[in-house]
Design a protein around this ligand. Sequence first.
Ligand SMILES: *Cc1c(COP(=O)(O)O)cnc(C)c1O
Length: 427
Amino acid sequence: MNSEALEFDKKHIWHPYTSLTHPVPVFEVESAEGAELHLSDGGSLIDGMASWWSTIHGYNHPQLNGALKVQCDKMAHVMFGGLTHEPAITLCQKLVELTDDSLECVFLADSGSVSVEVALKMALQYWFSQGKQEKTQFLTIKNGYHGDTLGAMSVCDPENGMHSMFAGVLPQHLFVEAPTIADDDDWQDSEIEPFKHCLQQNHQTIAAVILEPLVQGAGGMRVYCPEYLRQVRQICDQYGILLILDEIATGFGRTGTLFAYEQAQIAPDILCLGKALTGGYMSLAATICTRKVADKIGSYAGGNLMHGPTFMGNPLACAVANKSIELLLQSDWQSKVLQIEKQLIEELTPLTELESVFEVRIKGAIGVVELKDPVDMHEVQPRLVELGVWLRPFGKLLYTMPPYIISEKQLHKITRAMAVIAREACK
Ligand SMILES: *Cc1c(COP(=O)(O)O)cnc(C)c1O
């Protein structure tokens, strides 16, 4: 490893959620291929993270690389204000086609957090254009994660979502207990009561409900049942409140259906997509809404949707997203995700027996081992690297969301490493 470069990194470069005063070690990646990361010290790691759940086809994919090269020779970027281009149009056509029939108006955002900001603004403008200035609140469930910008952060879990650190700055929204029932067969009506009650009490000031459907990601890696979502949709309809679904983590097959909401046979008014949209190649996200939402926003003079990032609809990002979606749809992704799920169930469920393990949760290509105590990342991260895998636990959560192309043998190495960590956590 080039120690001088790493020394510079340590002193000058922020990594996600880190301090420059108390830096933590980072590992230098030289290249990556399929489900493997090649470190500059010669070692290789099996990737159980899919680079934050995005590289579903694996790294250095010839067809994704090819799509970028072809687009690069035409134009890498052009502004989207007043101009348009084929890669963006094709992508929006695909998104309109793949999502529910009612979702037909697309805003291309440059990251997941931005797509959430746009969704929140869409909901606000929907009401403001109808003269309902009092509708400024959002209702969500605890343990959610919707991004790190101020607006998105304000609907993240109030405890692990940095609300106390930014108290006085973040707008105050409404939170109810997150559902805990994972299976429709175990459904009890009491599960929806807190949500129903809160909406009843506050519907006059609520613009929209925002949720991650079926799986809550970075806010706790929790799983809940479709029935909850079905009832949420019903109650929103009863009060005419918009439903925003954040499928940035769950979209593009991760939970076993192309979009998680399909499992509840419902559709949102506004949908956020990101992460796997480009197969993990570039930063791109989308906010898709119904014609009704778009028409209400546009229904008064000057009724423009007030957002427009510099790199909106970047052609390179759109071109690689088009190829990624094409690859996904051509592949037998559904059986691959089921296969991953089956292996995760077989290999992770037995860990429930361990004294250090609180719970094991599996949904599609997502495997979570919740420990009773938080892991010490200073110890656990190097240990995982020693075991030849790349996982990035947080708090008590040891989890994997691998690329869909991971082999059975590679995934076994991941689950084995998770077992080792869980076993070593037993004192
Ligand atoms: C990652 C994520 C976001 C934020 O996306 P960024 O691209 O990191 O801004 C928002 N919502 C969910 C559910 C996510 O998983």
